[in-house]
Design a binder for this molecule. Structure first.
Ligand code: SAH
Length: 250
C-alpha cells in the first residue's frame, strides 16, 4: 500500500525539494509513499491572490485567511484525513504519533506562515494540531517535513532495509545504545571490548544495558513510562557495572 500525503503550503517548492532527496526521494521512487503539494495561494480569489489579512482586534502580523485553505482541502479529490495543522500550540510530535500515522493510508499536513491560521480553520477543516516542540518557526514546512520523514522511515520499505528502524531510539521506549565503527582505537579511545568479541549474545546484553543506562541518565521519564526496570534488567546493569557510570565505555 502506498501512503498518500498531501501538504498545503505557500512554499510548495521547499517541501518538494526536500521530499525528492535521499531516503524520502528513494522511498517515493519505490512507491512506498506519494506526495501531493498544494499551494493554497492558487485558491485565493481576489485580484492580488491574498492569503492573509490583518488580525481583528489589532496587533502585529498577518493572519492566514480561511477561504483559500478550506477551498483547497474541499477541492482535492482523494485527500486523506486526518488533516493535521502544524502549530506551536499543537500536541508535541512523538515516535508514537509517527507510528500511528504510519498505519494509515494517508494524511494531510497544513503549513502555516505569518502569525498562523484563522481559528475557524482549526475549528472546522482541521482534525488535529501537531507541534514540533516549544519553539517558534517561521512556517510549518520544516515541521511537516519532520513529520513526513519520521513516518516514512517507519513504513515497510521506507528505509530500503526493514531492520533498520526497529532497534532505534524510542522504538522500544528507550534511547538507543552507542555506536562505534573503525578504527578500533582512535586517539587513545578504544571501542568497548564486548563489541569486538564476536559474541552476539554478549553484544546484545551490552547494548540493552547501555540503552537502559543512557535512558536512565537522560530520560528517566521514559523509564517511568515503561514501568521502571525489571529485576533482570537491574541484575544485568549490576553485572555489567554500567548502573553508576552510564557515560563510560565498558
Ligand atoms: N503566532 C503563532 C506562531 C506562528 S509561526 C504563535 O505564536 O503560536 C508561523 C507558522 O509556523 C505556524 O502557523 C506554524 O504552521 C509554523 N510553526 C511555527 N512553530 C511551529 C512549531 N513549533 N511546530 C509546528 N509548526 C510550527
Amino acid at each position: 500500500m502506498t501512503l498518500r500525503i498531501d501538504v498545503l503550503s505557500l512554499f510548495p517548492e521547499a517541501v518538494s525539494a526536500y521530499a525528492d532527496t535521499s531516503v524520502l526521494g528513494r522511498a517515493r521512487e519505490r512507491g512506498v509513499w506519494e506526495l501531493f503539494v498544494h499551494d493554497f495561494r492558487e485558491r485565493a480569489t481576489d485580484a492580488h491572490r491574498s492569503v492573509d489579512d490583518t488580525p481583528y482586534g489589532g496587533g502585529a502580523g498577518m493572519v492566514l485567511r480561511p477561504e483559500p485553505i478550506a477551498r483547497t482541502i474541499e477541492a482535492t479529490p482523494g485527500l486523506r484525513r486526518p488533516v493535521i495543522a502544524l502549530t506551536p500550540s499543537g500536541e508535541t510530535f512523538t515516535h508514537e504519533m509517527a507510528a500511528r500515522l504510519a498505519q494509515l493510508d494517508g494524511f494531510t499536513l497544513l503549513c502555516g506562515r505569518y502569525e498562523g491560521f484563522d481559528q475557524r480553520i482549526l475549528d472546522t477543516v482541521v482534525d488535529e494540531e501537531v507541534s514540533l516542540g516549544d519553539f517558534v518557526l517561521a512556517g510549518g514546512e520544516l515541521a511537516a517535513l519532520c513529520v513526513i520523514e519520521a513516518v516514512v522511515r517507519l513504513l515497510p520499505g521506507g528505509l530500503g532495509n526493514d531492520a533498520s528502524s526497529v532497534e532505534e531510539s524510542f522504538g522500544d521506549g528507550l534511547l538507543e545504545y552507542p555506536h562505534y565503527t573503525r578504527p578500533a582505537r582512535w586517539r587513545d579511545l578504544e571501542v568497548p571490548q564486548t563489541l569486538l568479541s564476536g559474541n552476539h549474545a554478549a553484544i546484545a546484553r551490552w547494548r540493552h544495558a547501555r540503552a537502559l543506562a543512557l535512558t536512565m541518565a537522560r530520560r528517566p521519564d521514559l523509564i517511568e513510562r515503561r514501568g521502571g526496570l525489571s529485576r533482570a534488567e537491574r541484575e544485568m546493569l549490576d553485572e555489567l557495572g554500567v548502573l553508576e557510570s552510564p557515560g563510560e565505555n565498558g
